[in-house]
Design a protein around this ligand. Structure first.
Ligand SMILES: [Zn+2]
Length: 281
């Protein structure tokens, strides 16, 4: 199965009112687990590389992108490559050459006016290269010129009218919204605002993205997809599965030194997590 484009997978999922899960990839084992999980579930998925993961790899996108691309090409499931939470314009510009079909451009630290301008520039750049661009909007709020509140901050909610204006002003292909989830949750206890998801779905003409889905229980995700949420981003849940498997192995076998022994368990634990999320979609 060749590498597919994120935009195609998102459009198909939205038309069928299904969810499309996107998983953060930090190591080769993460990418292998996403591919294995997608094959097991018989579902498409997105491999996401964040700017933070690129920083972890010494600031070089190439090696991890090449690995993720090769894993996707070798898989029998449709997989796409997405560059996540990109703040650096320099990194954004590498997306095309490294095989990414989509980028989440994160200008949320800028004032609203500068955010719109920088995001519209990123969208224009993407259009010329066939790259699908996602952005996020938490809450504009505050006084004129103040940075909008980050969509990932706990308690923040996206206003439907502001979201519609932001999409019109920037031309983005998809919008990440704040509806009750937040990043890096290790317990699945988040309660989503389903009425707000419906209102955003009615107000915004592009697909909606849920970040921080690791902390959202299964029935909440199911209801969010039914209300119109399309791209479901999952990061922390894979890291919890990975680390728990490694910790258990090393606690039980204190003389173990071969990484293949515990990484096999870590990869299988991530594969089970990926499969469960994909079956939920
Ligand atoms: Zn995010």
């Amino acid at each position: 199965m060749p590498l597919v484009r994120t935009g195609e997978l998102v459009s198909a999922a939205r038309a069928a009112r299904r969810g499309l899960a996107a998983f953060n990839v930090i190591t080769l084992e993460h990418a292998e687990a996403v591919a294995a999980g997608a094959e097991r579930a018989g579902a498409p998925a997105v491999l996401q590389v964040s700017e933070n993961a690129v920083k972890f790899h010494g600031g070089r996108l190439g090696p991890l992108a090449a690995a993720a691309t090769a894993v996707a090409r070798a898989s029998s499931a449709p997989l796409a490559l997405h560059l996540d939470h990109v703040e650096s314009v320099d990194l954004l510009r590498q997306a095309h050459a490294e095989g990414f079909g989509s980028v989440m451009f994160d200008a949320s630290r800028l004032s609203y006016g500068d955010n719109v301008k920088a995001t519209a520039d990123a969208v224009r750049w993407g259009r010329e290269r066939g790259i699908w661009v996602e952005a996020e909007l938490g809450r504009v709020g505050g006084k004129e010129g103040e940075p909008p509140l980050d969509a990932h901050a706990p308690g923040v909610r996206t206003d439907p009218a502001e979201a519609a204006a932001y999409v019109a002003d920037t031309g983005v292909d998809a919008l990440a919204v704040a509806v009750g989830s937040s990043h890096a949750m290790t317990e699945r206890t988040a309660a989503l605002d389903h009425g707000l998801i419906t209102a955003l779905h009615d107000a915004v003409p592009v697909p909606l993205v849920l970040h921080g889905s690791s902390g959202v229980p299964d029935d909440e995700i199911r209801a969010a997809v039914a209300a119109g949420m399309t791209k479901i981003n999952v990061g922390t849940a894979l890291n919890t599965a990975y680390t728990t498997a490694v910790r258990t192995h090393l606690t039980e076998d204190t003389t173990s030194v071969d990484p293949r022994k515990y990484l096999t368990k870590a990869r299988e634990a991530m594969t089970e997590t990926v499969t469960a999320f994909l079956r939920l979609m």
